[in-house]
Design a protein around this ligand. Structure first.
Ligand code: SER
Length: 315
């Protein structure tokens, strides 16, 4: 049985992905780790407090637990990265290189590392952005993800490290809150509606961005990681897509459930980041090569989000 280390297990994606991995492969086979000590969160004695920038600690954790797969989810996202570009570069780049090096020297089975639609930039084709196209990111986050994709390809080509990656769109889930992204508004808006508050949106009403419900993102991740290696032809990072919408459209979808809900728009620096990203993504390679197919559109996601928020299981 493979033993999995999740780095960044207390973040928005990590919270949900770790739980799914535990359900699928058994609690004892998944070691959650994070720089912030939220042990009680997992009620799991295996939790490791780990800073991915500490290569020795990473190597020790890998050896001590007999780790064969690493999911590296720790990163500084697009908006937050702009307030300290050097740190965003350091964490996103050195963190990945530390994991790739451990994978190489310890002969690990597989690595998962997320990339993002942020690898694209102002000159990229905006509608149905292809897998291979101009990528001229203008955020430090996007630059680090693009460089990271090249490193993943390099470690696969040169050392045979089985590293797999997805370019996530904005991820929307009800269990964990995102931190520091440009697509975060699409999570917060549900919480505001649910709490009976109005929502001030930091993007303009007609800003279209690619988005995905968390359940789809988790399924895409696990399906890619379980795919036969020969089916995984893209070794930089796969485009995956589910839906695209604007703040106005998500507001209207929520208003069907909360007719009193109100929105106002006050765009800030994140508007420029959003304007540099695609409207929609062509994910035909992921569909053709390992069978990707999304389940959630805006209407179905909205029902799920509001139902789950009401179930009070929010952590
Ligand atoms: N959701 C991320 C962000 O907004 C994009 O990958 O930064």
């Amino acid at each position: 049985m493979s033993k999995i280390l999740v780095i960044g297990a207390c973040g928005q994606l990590g919270t949900e992905l770790t739980q799914s991995l535990m359900n699928r492969y058994g609690h004892d086979n998944v070691i959650p780790s994070d720089i912030s000590d939220k042990k009680e969160f997992y009620k799991n004695n295996n939790f490791e407090t780990l800073n991915v920038l500490d290569k020795e600690a990473l190597l020790n954790a890998t050896k001590n637990h007999g780790i064969s797969q690493i999911y590296l989810l720790a990163a500084v996202l697009s908006a937050k990265g702009e307030s300290d570009p050097m740190f965003a570069w350091k964490l996103n780049m050195e963190g990945l290189l530390n994991v790739l090096e451990v994978a190489r020297t310890e002969n690990l089975e597989k690595i998962y590392w997320p990339s993002s639609i942020a690898v694209f930039g102002p000159s990229t084709q905006k509608e149905m952005t292809p897998q291979e196209t101009i990528a001229d990111p203008n955020t430090v986050y996007g630059i680090s993800k693009l460089a990271g994709e090249r490193w993943c390809q390099y470690y696969f080509d040169k050392y045979g490290v089985d590293v797999r990656s997805i370019r996530y769109p904005g991820l929307i889930g009800w269990k964990g809150q995102p931190g520091g992204g440009t697509t975060d508004y699409a999570v917060e808006i549900y919480h505001k509606a649910f709490n009976g508050e109005s929502f001030e949106c930091f993007l303009e009403e007609d800003t279209y961005l690619p988005m995905m419900y968390m359940d789809d993102a988790i399924r895409a991740t696990i399906e890619l990681m379980e795919a036969d290696p020969e089916k995984v032809k893209v070794r930089s990072s796969y485009n995956v897509s589910a839906m695209s919408f604007s703040p106005k459209e998500i507001f209207n979808a929520i208003k069907l459930h909360y007719p009193q809900f109100e929105i106002s728009y006050k765009p800030d620096f994140r508007q420029k980041i959003a304007n540099s990203w695609p409207y929609s993504i062509d994910d035909s390679e992921a569909r053709d090569e390992w069978g990707w197919n999304p389940n959630f559109d805006l209407g179905k996601m909205t029902e799920e989000m509001l139902t789950n928020l009401a179930s009070k299981e929010v952590v």
